[in-house]
Design a protein around this ligand. Structure first.
Ligand code: ADP
Ligand code: ZN
Length: 614
């Protein structure tokens, strides 16, 4: 164990190497750390996996006093503290889950200056007891994690965050660092104002996550498509599957389990005990799939989530980016996969139309949805479009998204659009009727069914004029018109209606370019190796079997200590160990992720695992 006094005497780079076992800072970590160590305020925007934690953990060790970390993630504080303890850092937390004795112990350690970091929930900071406690100790800095929670327009608003502006008033001399992975400039400005961080230096990283492969596929039989993805590309991998509703979370989890995939459900309808237990298992065990609503995931810093799959359309690009960002924090190849179809657009538009709140609120929702739809329908590089949305322009096509890997064909859909819109127009004007997408497509295809004959729709002039397209293609036409606002859905039944812009297409003043619906969803498997299975495949046979043995050792050790496997070592570190096969502690210590404390604790066992040739 590195002694605390030794730590304090060392500078930032030394702390990084000796305590965390890393060679060099990443991105602008060094700049942030220097700024905060010198007493400056900072607002740090970095994508998930960018390395935000070190931006306050290193200053916590270099500066005098205790770093107080404000975090909304009560359920994860224990893991965060365990991870720090594992590298020999003195950390504790105070939150509502503790009993009196545990609380007292942490309070005493804080007052005695025996902590490097103290994690607190924002609501705790609002209490007099905690404020008085903080006055009795010495605070080195405040770190405000997940700082976007202060934004009222954001997706994770926490009212308790608003009170954090008082930190500055009460402890004006203590530097503050606010960190978030939510990126738009509007959110950034809001964070600075609400936290009174107007003087803070802003550090804004690129929001690119190059190791994540973005793919958006047409939704057909979503559960089967998902199963194929998991079986073909991610066997044995940990991942998250997002669904819109609780019911679909339950069904999807059951479906996966029935098909031999280790999956767990998570949504707000489950009791707190089950939720906590499932989250714990996901974090601690290797290779589990969490099927969840978006209630799950904030602050989950499991580094080896290999895929994030969406079975329903996210409501905004911000949400999509946050959720997909939970994949691949360790920098290894990962997949962000979304299945998207006509029904998603109909459903989301309907939800907005019937949502509570005033017109401005509904417009705001619609604007966010439109940006998400534009991302789904784009024929450009997904990553370029995503980065532009976050204000980062001028990047080159990525070569690691579905549109780059399998460039979609486009076609002139103007005539098809006119046929569809004029069907809607005729139903409305000639018959005073409105119908959903399915029926309109049946009319165009000239189908003879009960509903058609009941309403006499075979007499419409557009009946049977659309046989040049398959049904799936017509659904694609409807979807793209909805996405572009050239068509609207209304009412409880999701019936189609014209918009003002429809007239431009009907009047031949506007052409419509469409993305072709693939006959079969193109597989991008040839692209880049992915997943634990492929991570192993990339290693030589010897290294591969060493990696498996190391993983088994890690699983046993983690279980014995009651901590998540990644707290022991990350996959990336185990891989490096398997590849280099060090034969001495000195060699082992040079591997990234092996700091002094872990070397002392696990070094011998690792060498034994490596030496134990079967
Ligand atoms: P964030 O909080 O920004 O999502 P983390 O702080 O969890 O990201 O860091 C993501 C991963 O990158 C972690 O596994 C962390 O240990 C690793 N990491 C961060 N900085 C470095 C560095 N300088 N060198 C090597 N690994 C790093
Ligand atoms: Zn691309």
């Amino acid at each position: 164990m590195v002694s605390p006094t030794e730590l304090r005497a060392s500078d930032a780079l030394d702390v990084l190497r000796r305590v965390f076992g890393y060679d060099a800072f990443r991105g602008f970590q060094q700049e942030v750390i220097d700024h905060v160590v010198a007493g400056g305020d900072a607002l740090v925007l970095m994508p998930t996996g960018g390395g935000k934690s070190l931006c306050y953990q290193v200053p916590a060790l270099v500066r005098d006093g205790v770093a107080v970390v404000v975090s909304p993630l009560i359920a994860l504080m224990q893991d965060q503290v365990d991870a720090l303890t594992a590298v020999g850092v003195r950390a504790g937390f105070l939150n509502s889950t503790q009993d009196y004795a545990a609380r007292r112990a942490v309070e005493q350690a804080f007052v005695a200056g025996e902590l490097d970091l103290l994690y607190l929930a924002p609501e705790a900071l609002g209490t007099r007891g905690v404020q008085q406690l903080l006055d009795r100790g010495r605070i080195g800095l405040f770190a405000i994690d997940e700082a976007h929670c202060v934004s009222q327009w954001g997706h994770d608003f926490r009212p308790d965050y608003l009170a954090l502006s008082m930190l500055h008033e009460r402890w004006p001399a203590v530097p503050r660092i606010a960190l978030t992975a939510t990126a738009t400039s509007a959110t950034r400005a809001e964070i600075a104002t609400r936290l009174q961080l107007t003087e803070a230096k802003h550090f804004v990283a690129s929001f690119d996550r190059p190791n994540i492969q973005y793919r958006i596929v047409p939704k057909k039989e979503p559960r089967k498509q998902l199963l194929a993805l998991l079986r073909d590309e991610h066997p044995g991998d940990a991942g998250i599957v997002y669904c819109l509703s609780r019911a679909s979370v339950d069904k999807t989890a059951e479906f996966l389990v029935a098909n031999g995939i280790a999956a767990l459900p998570y949504h707000a309808g489950l009791d707190a005990g089950t939720r906590a237990a499932n989250q714990q298992r996901f974090l601690r065990e290797d290779g589990l799939v969490m099927v969840a609503t978006i209630a799950f995931g904030m602050g989950i810093d499991k580094p080896d989530v290999r895929f994030v799959a969406h079975l329903d359309l996210p409501k905004s690009v911000e949400g999509y980016y946050q959720e997909t960002g939970r994949a691949g924090r360790d920098g290894l190849p990962s997949t962000a996969w979304l299945a998207y179809g006509l029904q998603d657009v109909v459903q989301q538009r309907k939800m907005i139309e019937t949502s509570d709140g005033d017109l401005a609120h509904r417009r705001n929702l619609a604007t966010h949805l439109d940006a998400m739809l534009a991302l789904c329908e784009t024929v450009r590089c997904r990553r370029v479009q995503l980065l532009e949305y976050f204000g980062q322009s001028g990047t080159a096509d990525c070569g690691n998204c579905d549109t780059c890997l399998t460039p979609p064909e486009t076609w002139d859909g103007t005539v098809a659009a006119q046929k569809l819109l004029s069907t809607v127009y005729r139903l409305d004007r000639e018959r005073n009727q409105r119908f959903g997408a399915g029926h309109c497509v049946d009319i165009l295809l000239g189908k003879q069914n009960d509903k058609i004959s009941q309403y006499g729709h075979d007499a419409l002039s557009t009946f049977g004029i659309g046989t040049e397209l398959r049904e799936a293609e017509w659904r694609g036409v409807v979807r793209q018109l909805l996405a572009e606002g050239l068509l609207a859905v209304e009412g409880d039944y999701g019936t189609l209606a014209l918009t003002e812009a429809s007239a431009e297409v009907l009047g031949r003043r506007r052409t419509v370019t469409m993305r072709r619906e693939p006959e079969k969803v193109a597989s991008t498997r040839s692209a880049k190796p992915r997943g634990a299975a492929t991570v192993v495949a990339e290693l030589s046979p010897t290294a591969g079997s060493l990696f498996e043995r190391l993983r088994a050792w890690r699983a046993a050790t983690a279980k014995e200590q009651g901590v998540p496997a990644y707290v022991i070592f990350h996959d990336a570190t185990l891989r490096q160990i398997a590849t280099d096969a060090p034969t001495s502690l000195a060699e082992l210590s040079r591997i990234s992720g092996v700091g002094e404390n872990k070397l002392a604790k696990y070094g011998e066992s690792i060498l034994a695992v490596l030496a134990d040739q079967p």
